[in-house]
Design a protein around this ligand. Structure first.
Ligand code: PMP
Length: 381
């Protein structure tokens, strides 16, 4: 089975599994307890935080562990609603993850402005600049670093400067970036979020780095007083190990876009009319999303699954909702077209051969679909 849905979640690597199991077995004391075993977990927890902070190139006092990027993003928006006065407005891009869009709508109902994307999938910075000029009440801008569906990189560096110059809080959802590219530069954002399960770590761990010291979950004052609740040391230790593993992989990742590019060249040749999203702009090296010329995406997903390839129709977070993926609509695709979109995302383990075999599997899947639509019986094993 070849797994091509790493933007949804990654397989925890063996070192991570071992670290998690060891910590669960040996280091289960409460790090706030005043005796030896508790103090030992506290020391280990501090070391894990330092290691995560080093990977993200920030100070360890800025790192708060959360239950995921969803909680981290929610915390920033909820905090902003509480902190700024009732005339404050926020700006989000039209392709943000629901964990940004929904709290923006909830906490800033009628005061959330949306900045559109160009047809390439890149946020329109001219429009953003104009919005910031026209609306002096904007106090917070939230823009992702890389889109989870198309992989298109967003102008978060430029947005950091635009916001800094105007004293506006800039939050960057860096969930799809961290673990695929070095994290240098994020320390200039007012806050940013990441998620361990997107880079070989465990699920249920998010990282919020923020210059704001205010609490967002009240109670026992853990996480430097910002997020109360007994720290989940085993998954934090596993996250720290995942950070070490990715630091060793990052140099080799940058060349891997050529594997994805060769796959796309083959697909373009074999599937006349295929349209690759964001091909003309910088993207994550691991992601390919395209508009198929024929047949609904779910039919391909089913055929490819039987052929041993797991791919996706888009963000796992949109599945189960009776609507087409918001990113494709924001990029100007119709509802009918969005049902022909398909996303492949590799990570550390998928090889060049896997990408090439996936292209062959697409052709086999299409042949089966052609046969089915022409009415001849197809025997699927
Ligand atoms: N932001 C982005 C860009 C994502 O891709 C995801 C995960 N799909 C999230 C936030 C939410 O992350 P988590 O699963 O850690 O809550």
């Amino acid at each position: 089975m070849a797994y091509f849905d790493n933007n949804a979640t990654t397989r925890p690597n063996p070192e991570v599994q071992e670290a998690f199991e060891g910590a669960l077995r040996e280091s289960w004391s409460n790090p706030s307890s005043p005796y030896h075993s508790g103090a030992e977990v506290r020391v280990r927890l501090d070391r894990a935080r330092e290691n995560v902070a080093r990977t993200l190139q920030v100070g360890e006092e800025q790192v708060a562990f959360t239950s995921g990027a969803t909680e981290a993003n929610n915390a920033v928006l909820a905090h902003a609603a509480n902190f700024f006065d009732s005339s404050a407005r926020v700006v989000v891009s039209s392709i943000e993850h629901p964990s940004v869009l929904e709290p923006a709508d909830h906490w800033f109902s009628g005061r959330a402005l949306t900045v559109p994307v160009e047809p390439t999938g890149v946020v329109d910075t001219n429009r953003l600049r104009a919005l910031l000029e026209e609306v002096p009440e904007v106090r917070l801008v939230s823009l992702m670093a890389a889109n989870n569906e198309t992989g298109v990189l967003q102008p978060w560096g430029e947005t950091t400067s635009l916001c800094r110059e105007r004293g506006i809080h800039f939050h960057c959802d860096a969930t799809q970036w961290v673990g695929k590219f070095p994290s240098s530069g994020f320390s200039a954002c007012s806050s940013f979020s990441a998620s361990a399960h997107k880079f070989g770590g465990p699920k249920g761990v998010g990282i919020l780095v923020s210059e704001l010291a205010n609490p967002f979950i009240l109670g026992g004052n853990q996480e430097n007083g910002r997020r109360s609740g007994t720290e989940n040391y085993p998954v934090i230790e596993a996250t720290s190990v995942a950070c070490e593993v990715i630091r060793s992989h990052l140099p080799e990742f940058s060349d891997r876009s050529s594997w994805r590019d060769s796959f796309e060249e083959r697909m373009l040749f074999d599937f006349p009319g295929l349209q690759i999203l964001g091909k003309e702009v910088p993207r994550l090296w691991n992601t390919s999303m395209f508009l198929l010329p024929d047949y609904e995406n779910l039919r391909y997903v089913g055929k490819l699954d039987k052929l041993g390839f797991e791919v996706s129709t888009g963000s796992a977070c949109s599945i189960g909702k009776d609507e087409s993926p918001s990113v494709s609509l924001a990029m100007g695709f119709s509802t009918e077209q969005s049902q022909r979109l398909i996303r492949m995302s590799s990570y550390a383990e998928e090889t060049e051969d896997d990408w090439m075999s996936l292209a062959t599997a697409f052709c086999d899947a299409r042949d089966e679909l052609d046969e089915e639509s022409s009415g001849s019986p197809v025997i699927s094993l």
